[in-house]
Write a protein that binds this ligand. Structure first.
Ligand SMILES: C[S@@+](CC[C@H](N)C(=O)[O-])C[C@H]1O[C@@H](n2cnc3c(N)ncnc32)[C@H](O)[C@@H]1O
Length: 255
């Protein structure tokens, strides 16, 4: 049987450009805290189609290495980067977050949105150790992930199982305290913002993608070949509006 399409690849195929739990609200908060200038050396891990890297390159004129493990996402990123005229600033790299092909202390900012959630907890720590290694002392790590608001293990397991079924990825979201402790255990000093999941909410879609594109995404999602997966995902996030949220973390590597 063919593998089921991962939720983020499915939404990208429908036309969504921001594939993260807190959308532009969380990303903008993170970026504001990083104090990026044209001289800042940025690494984006899990760049997918390049949305955040393109925004940073256009806004600040900084140089960026943009890495993802998906060759097809990088192909799309290559086209988007060229179309936005920032191919002189962004270098695409095929690789894994857990084995970064970069020198120690070679970046001022590492940004990694909506990826750590997808990894088992020991692998999350492995990626964080790599981010710590490639950041210069005093550099900042910007992460943006799904957080859980659950009262007990049974509820937690149910949400996680339902999430696997909805997005076809064995994601392992954590509570806000667990995210904070994971970052601290890996040497970082995090400042945190949390909020509601906006990935598939009508307000979030309009805010992130604009009205026309949001309508196009819904139109594509309701086509017969997409409808079952689109409704499954939308219903899952609607039903879990109180048990899931986003957490954005701006974490300094001590100077
Ligand atoms: C949910 S998408 C988020 C994309 C983008 N950061 C955003 O916020 O729109 C997750 C991305 O993480 C990438 N990814 C997953 N595991 C990875 C790993 N170990 N190393 C590098 N990229 C990874 C996937 O290929 C995918 O492009």
């Amino acid at each position: 049987m063919a593998a089921k399409e991962a939720g983020h690849s499915f939404l990208a195929r429908l036309g969504k450009t921001k594939l993260r739990p807190g959308g532009a609200e969380a990303t903008n908060w993170l970026i504001e805290h990083a104090h990026i200038t044209a001289d800042t050396k940025v690494l984006e891990v899990a760049c997918n189609m390049g949305t955040t890297s393109i925004m940073l390159a256009k806004k600040y004129g900084c140089s960026i290495k943009a890495l993802d493990q998906s060759k097809s996402a990088l192909e799309k990123a290559k086209v988007n980067i060229k179309n936005n005229g920032v191919d002189n600033l962004i270098e695409l790299v095929h690789g894994s977050a857990t084995k970064l092909p970069f020198e120690d202390e070679s970046f001022d900012v590492v940004i990694n949105e909506a990826m750590l959630t997808m990894l088992p907890t020991p692998t999350k720590a492995k990626a964080l150790a790599e981010y710590f290694r490639v950041l210069r002392p005093g550099g900042v790590l910007l992460t943006h992930d799904v957080c859980l608001y659950v009262d007990n293990d049974e509820q937690r397991q149910k949400v996680i199982n339902d999430m696997h079924d909805a997005i076809n990825v064995p994601a392992q979201p954590l509570t806000v305290d667990e995210w904070k402790n994971l970052l601290k255990d890996n040497g970082f000093d995090p400042v945190i913002k949390q909020g509601a999941m906006t990935l598939m909410s009508p307000e979030g879609m309009i805010k992130d993608e604009g009205l026309d594109r949001a309508l196009e995404i819904v139109h594509n999602g309701l086509k017969p070949e997409n409808r079952a997966q689109f409704e499954h995902m939308a219903n899952f996030f609607f039903d879990n509006a109180k048990t899931l949220g986003y957490v954005a973390c701006c974490s300094k590597k001590p100077a």
